[in-house]
Write a protein that binds this ligand. Structure first.
Ligand code: UDP
Ligand code: MN
Length: 281
């Protein structure tokens, strides 16, 4: 069914159980930012019932989607986490919505996102490690079954420079860098955590960050379950606190995580959902 009237949502994707905690903190941060529209978490069959129920505490809809395989040789480069990321293309199937703001589960929302809904069919912010490419951790898109089918048919043929959905989407929307400016979002909508290592860049954006993105191999929640992981995390926190202003990106994520835990212990609702659609799992 296609949307009959403008209907907007903020969406994320969770394809593996280790990212559920990221999806929970993100969902909590979206509600806390007073996002006035619906929120949707896409999950693959690998996400169990208990995790879906927890996600449904902070996301209005939890929708199961089939995994889409990664046709590139990402696994050969040792990038196991990219195995499932082409599932992100399922966003274009969500034709209940006229427009979506998609955010990776390894990100948090710190400011209002409503301005993004003014953006055209496709918009994204630059990737700081390849600034003439966009980062696919935050994208504004208009679902379309035609676009979805076209992407699926070109999935094996279009190259992915990094072996992930990001490289594929950059090949697909290849005019992003040279084309009209409204497709290019300000960096504040997708600030990589690593910017905190460069004080002038961090200071310039601080206070204006809309989305903080923990992209790269070590997620803030990584290693929580092992002693070795916790020691490593403690050491990293000590070292970064010597070189970075506080709160560091990790501090920000853990602060939100603490608020989320408090919230999950209570029965209250974060913000008011735009409507109360049925749970879909
Ligand atoms: N993802 C997931 N499980 C995985 C890998 C990825 O759920 O094992 C989803 C999740 O939404 C994640 C997104 O796909 O944020 C993109 O992957 P990731 O953020 O790890 O890539 P990066 O931003 O580090 O390049
Ligand atoms: Mn990410």
């Amino acid at each position: 069914m296609s949307a009959q009237y403008p209907r907007f949502a903020c969406a994320t994707l969770i394809t593996t159980p280790d990212y559920v905690i990221g999806g929970l903190v993100l969902g909590f941060s979206v509600k806390r930012s007073r996002w006035p529209h619906e929120t949707v978490a896409l999950v693959t069959p690998d996400i169990g019932r208990a995790d879906r129920e927890r996600l449904a505490r902070v996301w209005d809809r939890v929708i199961e989607v089939g995994q889409i395989g990664n046709p590139s040789r990402a696994a050969e480069w040792g990038l196991a986490s990219f195995r499932t990321v082409y599932t992100k293309l399922r966003l274009w199937e969500l034709t209940d919505y006229t427009k979506l703001v998609f955010i990776d589960a390894d990100a948090v929302v710190l400011g209002g996102l409503d301005d993004l809904l003014e953006r055209p069919r496709f918009a994204a912010a630059p990737c700081v490690t390849a600034p003439d490419q966009f980062n696919s951790g935050v994208i504004v898109l208009e679902p379309s079954l035609e676009t979805f089918a076209d992407m699926m048919s070109r999935r094996g043929e279009l190259p992915s420079y990094d072996g992930s959905d990001q490289g594929f989407l950059n090949s697909y929307f290849r005019d992003w860098y040279a084309g009209p400016p409204e497709h290019r979002l300000p960096l504040a909508y997708n600030v990589p955590r690593l910017l905190a290592y460069y004080r002038p860049a961090w200071t310039r954006l601080n206070g204006q960050i809309k989305v903080l993105h923990y992209f790269g191999p070590r997620k803030p929640w990584a290693g929580r379950s092992s002693l070795r992981g916790r020691v490593l995390q403690w050491l990293i926190a000590r070292i970064t606190s010597l070189t970075m202003d506080r709160p560091t990106p990790a501090d920000i994520w853990w602060e939100l995580h603490g608020e989320l835990e408090d919230f999950l212990r209570t029965d209250e609702q974060v913000g008011a959902p735009a409507s109360s659609p049925a749970r879909e799992f």
